[in-house]
Design a protein around this ligand. Sequence first.
Ligand SMILES: Nc1ncnc2c1ncn2[C@@H]1O[C@H](COP(=O)(O)OP(=O)(O)OP(=O)(O)O)[C@@H](O)[C@H]1O
Length: 212
Amino acid sequence: MSQNPGLSVSELTCERDERCLFRSLAFSLNSGEILQITGPNGSGKTTLMRVVAGLSLDFTGEVFWRGQPVADVRPEFHAALLYMGHLLGVKSTMTAEENLRWAMGLHRNDLSREEIWSALEKVKLAGFEDIPCYQLSAGQNRRVALARLFLARQPLWILDEPFTAIDKQGVAELEQLLVDHAKSGGMVMMTTHHEMSLNYDGFHQLVLGGGV
Ligand SMILES: Nc1ncnc2c1ncn2[C@@H]1O[C@H](COP(=O)(O)OP(=O)(O)OP(=O)(O)O)[C@@H](O)[C@H]1O
């Protein structure tokens, strides 16, 4: 497995309402690795993901991308990052195909219709490509969002609870996709309350809420 320097953090400390969520946190995530952030409700998992992704600046410490402070290489960092938060970013009035074309627009303006339909087929949405998303179920909407992962070229994926509303088979397929991404040199930082069953050397866990 390649060990190119990827993401790292040092001395990361974050408080909310005078409560310390994490203090002096340090970890790194290199090419080929999957890092699961775990911990009870309210322990700071989403906050940590948002801090690392640059969506929250209310923290002390440093986030590095490829060995340099993110603040110095923000365009490169954001070009390399695919962030998927609690909010799916799926527009209900647009179709699954339109959503994917729109969501990938900044990174992939070369996308063909065949590629989009193939990604939707991989998330079991064949036949639903041109239906407005308000007519899809919660799990199907999540799958529209997850289809981005099949089209993404960014090496760093930060995924907050990607398994929410996904059925058992879908979870197994998504786990495999994460491993495939890591094996091809990518990096995944994610939260989930779901028990991960990954048999993969590059899989690590970091526990928030007193057990860091
Ligand atoms: N913008 C904010 N202002 C004040 N407090 C906040 C803010 N965002 C989060 N918090 C608080 O920080 C704590 C951690 O929230 P966070 O969403 O990071 O937890 P979590 O570990 O992701 O929880 P869950 O497992 O429930 O998703 C919570 O107590 C929350 O109330």
